[in-house]
Design a protein around this ligand. Sequence first.
Ligand code: FAD
Length: 371
Amino acid sequence: MLSYWERKTFFQHRHLVICGGGFTGLSSAIYFKRKHPDKTVLVLEKDPVCGGASTQNAGFACFGSASELLADLTHSDEDEVFELVEKRYRGLLNLRELLGDGAIGYEPLHGFELFRSKDHLYDNCINRLDYLNDQLERITGERVYRVADERIREFGFSGIDHMIENTAEGQVDTGKMFKSMLDLARQTGVEIYNGITVTGFEEGNVVEVQTGKGSVTADRFLIANNGFASKILGGSRTTPARAQSLVTTPVEDLKVKGSFHILEGFYYFRNIDDRIILGGGRHLDFEKETTIEMELNQEIQRELERIMREIILPGQDFEIEQRWSGIMGMGNEKQVIGKQLSDKVFCAIRLSGMGLALSTLLGKQMAELIE
Ligand SMILES: Cc1cc2nc3c(=O)[nH]c(=O)nc-3n(C[C@H](O)[C@H](O)[C@H](O)COP(=O)(O)OP(=O)(O)OC[C@H]3O[C@@H](n4cnc5c(N)ncnc54)[C@H](O)[C@@H]3O)c2cc1C
């Protein structure tokens, strides 16, 4: 039974209630509150910090490796593919403007894609590099892709014969970025309650948002829980996609600097200070990785460790300091879903594997859409 004080504080009516305290929920809240300073905004987050992708990700400020874009072009049309690239690129600029480069630990160290000489993906990329550069020049103003084989030795990789550099990509410190966004949301006047799970909602004159602790009413309700959306919305708008990661202990004289992709982006690694963070391998077991259970997949973890020892840090001393998994929201297509579902209910979900780039722009769009 709720106390008088609980009703008077937490359970009072709000203008906007948001389910999900990741980058999308928080940035939607910030932009909405900036637009409507007098309206109340409450973010409900099920976990102590954020239980989704926003605190688990690898911190790539990226918008597409050459082989990944070519793979996307085989199942989506050209306009869709480059429209999404443009959203990611503009999204990264928007993120940097919203929080500032210092606050997110932004470093323009470039992106790189690695290939072996027998790799048919490399031949495909080389054959179409001019085409990709033409498309990307329209978006970024630069011809971003260049062959950078001469830099392979500098990074100390083993078994890598070719490298394509993307000169417009960088990296962020995910921890710094998340904290800065939380701080900005609170400074802007957004209320954030953690440890509250939304269990459902009912729309009438107002929206009754049901939680494990009781119901909160709101004029508008935004569902921004990404890979967990089907739990509230049902259906198949999003499918959870788990991603495995690991990070090394500090490595002496680490040569690797930048954000690296292998195999159409299915593996990705980067330096974070003097460590390497490596993630991916979902394609090794798509079925098991379609889940919201945040557990380790030993087969994938073993393969990640092999890649780390044999390709990325051959002959170097290090241990694996930590391993974790995170949940992304995917779908049949890579487009995000940001829309009005009914009179008072909205959703901003399915940010896939490049949500750092997409989330703040989506948040801005939602703040425009929700009145
Ligand atoms: C391992 C990994 C690596 C990644 N690497 C990168 C990268 O390098 N670059 C990049 O751009 N993107 C990357 N991504 C993707 C990116 O992190 C996400 O797209 C982005 O963080 C999505 O933000 P979001 O706020 O939409 O969702 P989330 O961060 O998933 O937030 C959703 C929130 O909703 C909460 N929630 C769920 N259900 C409920 C409920 N019923 N009630 C209350 N709260 C609920 C969750 O706990 C969670 O905090 C990566 C993702 C993962 C998992």
